[in-house]
Design a protein around this ligand. Structure first.
Ligand code: PLP
Length: 417
């Protein structure tokens, strides 16, 4: 798969491209089921970063020497690649540190355009803290109020009737995750953005869990803004993408000040560069953008629809396996009425999630346990924490079987079987 040419999908072959997956942990071959936290990186991404540092390393945009021109071209090519990946134009793509920084940028710039006393910010009850806390901070500053579209605990899906009612009440900003990192719920982002548009609201989609797992096209979704993190889609850490619809992005004020984001500076004042550079103050993460470029090439060569289908297959198997144990609770959509992405959260009866993941680690399995940066959602679900297995295209049915064996051992250890 290193050549980035489409080949028949084989998770077993694709795994070979990921050096980190070839290791043993605690004396057993690693089973990595924590891709929702961060994905592993294919060799082509790692090599693209090495190549950049070995050949082209220079600061971008400011030099006329050969290395600076090569680095600038590579950085701007990565922007063009991201635009193509999301169905946008290059000038609509801002590189950020990740989804968190993307939301913070939007909260701190949109507040000057559309927020004020009594204005509504509409979120959902399944948002990651990074799509709650920045809004709470700007709500405090501006007097705006935050409302939440409820999650139906039994199904893990949004209450759509309540969503329509909330939109009808007037909304300034609507911000929503595409896929829940805890429930695996796939939200109907197209409809939600259409309702936001009808309500005159600015719409933002958090694609942190979806961008690397399925086709995400900003025009098809119909969102005004979208954010994601490179490290969850086979790219490096510390880089992410913010998409902003052309004229809306151009209209936003800058967030951070410094080099590159200006057009002209005098001792008395400054004028701003155009978007996207207006939002990229200081030396950017060039290696990150280059690594992300390689990651997007890799994902497209694997096939984003193939990834979605493979995630769904493994998660269905994992849910079947987990539900065969007595008293196990599975969160999120469990039947055909709602699509369940490659994330499955579960609770074993009377066993704390931290014990589950610690014991699973001793079996060589990387799971995640805790509140998954969804503390209010945990409260709503009535649990302090869940264990979470998250799947990607390099996981196999053998990984699901390893999970089953591990859960069985844990259940026996706690005398639950
Ligand atoms: N949004 C969702 C749905 C996430 O799952 C995460 C990370 O887990 C984030 C946002 C934040 O991403 P980052 O920490 O890479 O900025």
């Amino acid at each position: 798969m290193q050549s980035n040419q489409a080949k028949p999908f084989s998770a077993y072959q694709l795994r070979e491209d990921f050096p980190a997956l070839a290791q043993s942990v605690n004396g057993v071959p690693l089973v990595y089921l924590d891709s929702a936290a961060t994905s592993q990186k294919p060799r082509s991404v790692i090599q693209s970063i090495c190549r950049y540092y070995e050949n082209d390393n220079a600061n971008v945009h400011r030099g006329v020497h050969a290395l600076s021109e090569r680095a600038t071209a590579a950085y701007e090519n990565a922007r063009g690649r991201a635009a193509k990946f999301f169905g946008a134009e290059a000038q609509e793509i801002v590189f950020t540190r990740g989804a968190t920084e993307g939301v913070n940028l939007l909260a701190n710039t949109l507040k000057k355009r559309v927020l004020g006393e009594g204005k509504t910010i509409l979120l959902t009850e399944m948002e990651h803290h990074s799509n709650i806390v920045p809004w709470q901070m700007v709500a405090q500053e501006t007097g705006a109020v935050i409302r939440y579209i409820p999650v139906v605990p039994e199904t893990g899906m949004l209450d759509e009737d309540e969503a329509k009612r909330l939109f009808a009440g007037g909304v300034a900003i609507f911000s929503c995750t595409h896929i829940s990192n805890t429930l695996g719920t796939v939200n109907p982002v197209q409809s939600l953005c259409a309702w936001a548009r009808e309500a005159g609201a600015v719409s933002i989609i958090d694609a942190a869990q979806s961008a690397g797992h399925r086709k995400v096209d900003v025009r098809e979704i119909g969102c005004d803004f979208l954010v994601c993190s490179g490290h969850k889609m086979c790219g490096p850490m510390g880089v992410g993408v913010l998409y902003g619809e052309g004229s809306l992005l151009q209209d936003l004020p800058p967030w951070q000040g410094g080099g590159e984001m200006i057009s002209r500076v005098t001792y008395e004042g400054s004028t701003w560069n155009k978007a996207p550079h207006k939002f990229e103050a200081g030396t950017p993460n060039v290696e990150g953008a280059i690594g992300l470029h390689a990651a997007m090439d890799y994902l497209d060569a694997v096939g984003r629809e193939e990834i979605r289908l493979h995630d769904a297959l493994l998660v269905r198997e994992a849910m079947g396996v987990l539900s065969s144990f007595p008293g196990v609770r599975i969160f999120g959509p469990v039947d055909e009425s709602g699509e369940h992405a490659g994330v499955v959260s579960f609770a074993l009866p009377g066993i704390h999630a931290h014990d589950v993941v610690t014991l699973a680690d001793s079996h060589g399995i990387a799971l995640r346990g805790g509140h998954h940066c969804n503390q209010p959602l945990m409260k709503k679900l009535g649990v302090p924490a869940t264990a979470r297995a998250s799947f990607y295209f390099y996981n196999t049915e053998e990984d699901v079987e390893a999970l089953r064996c591990s859960v069985e051992k844990i259940m026996r250890m706690f005398s639950k079987l």
